[in-house]
Design a protein around this ligand. Structure first.
Ligand code: BDP
Length: 705
C-alpha cells in the first residue's frame, strides 16, 4: 500500500499505477551503464531502475561493461544517452565526467551528479559505492520533486544540472529498542520487524525494505536490539544467534548500513559463566576479546557495541568500583583490532533516589558523571548524549555535556519514537525541536560553538562523531503507527546528513514525496506538521517543567504522577508557585554546567527564556513572563488554545477526504479525532490542578472544572 512505500512511492499514489510523472522521462533515463561489480552499486542500479520504472513507466536497459571499456569511446557512440554510475576508480566514464577539482570536493560517502542535457547523459560518481547509492537516491528524490514545477521552490530548470553533496556527520545511526520476544520498548507502531517469540524473524524482506528507507535518507548505522539488554539478547553475541545476526547484517550491508549490537555489560557473568564483570579483571577482558573475535568472524564489518551501563538498573562498572572510562575502554580494546566502536550512553543517573539536596538533581547527573572523565576514553569510544539532561521531554534545556568534553568523541541522541510527545497517536513533527538543539550555541569556544558543530566533530576536531536516534518503526502496515509520524524518521535521516536543512524544507520534501503534488494536500499537511509541536507543547506540561505524564507508560496527563516518586522528575508545585530551582544562588547549581553566557542567561529569572522558565526557576504563579502574562494565566491560555488547535488539526485533515488514499485518510482522521479528545483531557486536568492549587481565577472566566 501507499504508506508502506513511505517516501519511496514515486507518485504511484493509491492506485499503484506506474508513470504518474507529468514530465516526459529524461532522454538519459532509458539506459543505465555500470562498470563495477559491487554489492552497493548493484543496489543502486536496482533502486534506479525500479524508481524510473515507477515514475515514468519505462524499463531502463542496464548494460554492464568492464571499467576499461566504459570509457570515452563508449560515450561517443550512437547509444550515448544514459546514466553512468560508479566510483572514481571503478568507472573511467564516471571519473572523466568530473574535473579533478570537482572530484576532490567530495570524499567517502559524498557524491557528485552531473546532468548533461545536450548530450542526454547523467553521471553519478563518488569515491565509494556507498556514495553512489546515496547519489542515486538523491537523483530519484529530485526527479519526484521536479514533477512539481509551478512554484519557485523547486525550479524545473537546472535543478539537477550539478549536485555536490557531502554528509556533515560521519555516524548517522538509528537505535532499535526491540526485544527478542517481539516487543519494542517505547514502540508505538506494532511489534518488532526483527524478532518474534524469542527468535529472529524469517521475513528478511521486511528488514530489507526498512534498510531501503533508512539508506534513502542517508543513514548508515543501526543497532538492532534494545539498550536494556536482557539475558536472551546477550546471547546475540554467541553461536545461538550469531548466524541470525549475520543474516540481518547482510540485508543492511546491501544498503551501506553498518550493524551494531546493544550489549549487556554483565555478559561475562550472564552468558560467560564468570563470577565477575570487573573491567580490570584479566579473565573478563579475555572473555570480551574472544567473544568479540567470534562476532567479527561472523560479521567482518560489524560496527561495535552500544552500551547502557549503570543506568536504570542495568549493570555496569560501578559494581566493581570502576568508572565508565574503565568499562568503555575494556570493550574498546576488544573491538580495536577489528576497527569496531564502543558507543557508551551518558543517560546515567540514580533512579532510586528521591530529592535530598542539590546533588540529587537528575538534570545534573550526566555531566557530573562524565565531565571528570574527559580525556580518559580510548579513541574508539564515543559517548552518546541525549539532547537534554532529563529524558526527551517536549521541552527541556539542552544537555550541558555538549561543549564540556573537548577530548572525547560524542554523538547526539534524539528520540524519534514519541515516548513523551504523544506516542504516535498525537501528531508531533519533531524536526523543529531538533533544529533548536542543533542551533543552540554552547559558547564552548566562543560564539559560534553550536551543538551541531560538536555533533559533527568539527569544533574539537574529533575523529568520531555524529547522530543517533531511537527509531519509531514497527510491524505496522505504515511502519510508524501514525502515518504522518513517518516524517520524523525521514527528517531525522535528512538532518543527520545535513543539519542546515530547515524544518520547512524537510516537511515539504516529505509531503511531496509521500503524497504527491496536489497543492491543497501539500499545503494542508505541511501546515499541520509545522504547527504540531507547538500545539502539543501548549496542552501538556508548561514552560519547560516537563513530565506530568502517567508513570511507566508515559501516555496521558497525570500532574503529580511522578511528583512523589524516586525518579527525580519534579515540578514542586504548591499553593504559591511552581518550578525547579536549578540556579547556583539558591538551587541545585545546575546552571553552572553551562558556559558563562548560557549560565548567566539561565541563572537570572529576568533573562531566562519563558519557554524554559520552570525548568530553571521556582516562581510564584503571579510571576510575570516576558510575554506580559502571569505564569498562571499562561498555563490557562496555552491549555485552552492547545485543545482548540488540536481540534483544528482534526478539522484540517477532514478537508482532505477524497484527495488522498482512503485507508490513510481514515486512519489519520481517527487518530486526529482521538488527539482532539485527549487534548481536552490534558487541558482540563492541568488547568483544574493549577486552579485548585493557586486559587487564582482565569481572567476571561472560561470554565476550568
Ligand atoms: C527512557 C525510557 C526507557 C529507556 C531509557 C533509555 O523511558 O524505556 O530505557 O529512556 O534511554 O526514555 O535508556
Amino acid at each position: 500500500g501507499p504508506q508502506y512505500d513511505a517516501w519511496l512511492g514515486y507518485l504511484q499514489g493509491q492506485s499503484g499505477v506506474k508513470g504518474a510523472a507529468r514530465k516526459a522521462a529524461p532522454v538519459w533515463s532509458h539506459n543505465v551503464s555500470v562498470a563495477e561489480d559491487q554489492e552497493m552499486i548493484s543496489t543502486a542500479i536496482a533502486e534506479l531502475t525500479q524508481g524510473l520504472e515507477k515514475l515514468f513507466d519505462i524499463k531502463p536497459k542496464v548494460s554492464h561493461s568492464a571499467a576499461s571499456q566504459a570509457s570515452e569511446s563508449d560515450l561517443t557512440g550512437q547509444e550515448a544517452h544514459g546514466v553512468w554510475l560508479g566510483t572514481w576508480t571503478g568507472s573511467e566514464a564516471v571519473a572523466q565526467a568530473f574535473s579533478d577539482i570537482e572530484r576532490s570536493a567530495v570524499h567517502d560517502e559524498g557524491y557528485l551528479i552531473r546532468e548533461d542535457k545536450e548530450q542526454g547523459r547523467l553521471f553519478i560518481g563518488s569515491e565509494t559505492p556507498q556514495g553512489v547509492l546515496y547519489g542515486t537516491f538523491h537523483l530519484l528524490r529530485e526527479l519526484v520533486l521536479d514533477q512539481e514545477s509551478s512554484n519557485g521552490v523547486h525550479p524545473a530548470e537546472g535543478r539537477l544540472s550539478y549536485i555536490a553533496e557531502q554528509p556533515v556527520n560521519a555516524l548517522r545511526m538509528i537505535n532499535q529498542w526491540d526485544n527478542v520476544d517481539g516487543s519494542i520498548e517505547r514502540g508505538y507502531a506494532g511489534k518488532s520487524i526483527f524478532y518474534e517469540n524469542g527468535e529472529f524473524t524469517r521475513d528478511l524482506g521486511r528488514i530489507r525494505d526498512y534498510a531501503r528507507l533508512l539508506a534513502s535518507t542517508g543513514l548508515n548505522a543501526i543497532s538492532i536490539n534494545n539498550v536494556n539488554v536482557h539475558q536472551c539478547e546477550s546471547l546475540f553475541l554467541t553461536e545461538r544467534f550469531l548466524g541470525d545476526v549475520a543474516k540481518v547484517a547482510a540485508e543492511f550491508r546491501a544498503y551501506g548500513i553498518r550493524l551494531f549490537l546493544s550489549a549487556n555489560y554483565a555478559s561475562p557473568i550472564e552468558i560467560g559463566g564468570l563470577l565477575t564483570a570487573d573491567p580490570l579483571d584479566e579473565q573478563v577482558r579475555e572473555w570480551w576479546n574472544i567473544q568479540t573475535a567470534k562476532v567479527y568472524a561472523a560479521i567482518p564489518d560489524f560496527g561495535g557495541y552500544l552500551i547502557k551501563a549503570d543506568s536504570e538498573n542495568r549493570p555496569g562498572p560501578f559494581t566493581y568500583n570502576r568508572d565508565h572510562a574503565d568499562g568503555a575502554n575494556m570493550l574498546a580494546e576488544a573491538l580495536r583490532p577489528f576497527g569496531g566502536l564502543v558507543i557508551w550512553r551518558c543517560f546515567v543517573y540514580n533512579c532510586k533516589q528521591d530529592w535530598r539536596d542539590r546533588s540529587t538533581d537528575r538534570a545534573r547527573a550526566a555531566y557530573d558523571h562524565f565531565k571528570p572523565l574527559d580525556g580518559r576514553f580510548a579513541d574508539n569510544v564515543i559517548l552518546q548524549i541525549k539532547n537534554g539532561p532529563m529524558d526527551f521531554q517536549v521541552r527541556e534545556a539542552v544537555s550541558p555535556l555538549f561543549g564540556a568534553m573537548e577530548q572525547t568523541n560524542q554523538v547526539l541522541e534524539f528520540q524519534i519514537t514519541q515516548e513523551y510527545t504523544g506516542q504516535q497517536r498525537h501528531l508531533c513533527y519533531l524536526i523543529p525541536q531538533w533544529k533548536e538543539v542543533l542551533d543552540f550555541d554552547t559558547f564552548a569556544k566562543g560564539p559560534g560553538s553550536e551543538i551541531k558543530r560538536i555533533a559533527d566533530g568539527s569544533l574539537y576536531n574529533r575523529p568520531y562523531s555524529g547522530f543517533a536516534a531511537v527509531s519509531n518503526i514497527g510491524a505496522d502496515a505504515c511502519w510508524t503507527g501514525h502515518p504522518l509520524a513517518q516524517a520524523n524518521l525521514y527528517g531525522y535521516g535528512r538532518l543527520a546528513w545535513n543539519p542546515e536543512l530547515s524544518s520547512e524544507e524537510i516537511a515539504e520534501e516529505w509531503v511531496r514525496l509521500t503524497f504527491g503534488h496536489d497543492e491543497e494536500v501539500v499545503r494542508l499537511i505541511y501546515g499541520m506538521l509545522l504547527n504540531s509541536l507547538e500545539i502539543y507543547e501548549n496542552y501538556t506540561a508548561p514552560l519547560g517543567v516537563g513530565w506530568m505524564v502517567n508513570p511507566e507508560h508515559h501516555y496521558g496527563p497525570n500532574v503529580d504522577g511522578y511528583e512523589y516518586s524516586k525518579w527525580g522528575t519534579y515540578h514542586f508545585a504548591d499553593c504559591d508557585g511552581i518550578g525547579v530551582d536549578r540556579t547556583v544562588s539558591s538551587g541545585t547549581g545546575y546552571t553552572s554546567q553551562y558556559h558563562r553566557e548560557n549560565a548567566e542567561r539561565y541563572e537570572s529569572v529576568d533573562s531566562c527564556p519563558d519557554e524554559l522558565l520552570l525548568f530553571f526557576h521556582h516562581v510564584p504563579y503571579t510571576h510575570v513572563l516576558h510575554s506580559g502574562k502571569t505564569v498562571i494565566q499562561h498555563i490557562y491560555d496555552t491549555h485552552f488554545a492547545g485543545a482548540e488547535q488540536a481540534a483544528s488539526l482534526a478539522e484540517n485533515w477532514r478537508q482532505l477526504e477524497g484527495k488522498i488514499d482512503p485507508t490513510v485518510f481514515d486512519k489519520v482522521a481517527k487518530l486526529q479525532a482521538g488527539q482532539a479528545e485527549h487534548a481536552k483531557e490534558w487541558r482540563d486536568m492541568i488547568n483544574t490542578y493549577f486552579y485548585r492549587k493557586s486559587g487564582i481565577a482565569e481572567e476571561q472566566g472560561r470554565t476550568i472544572y
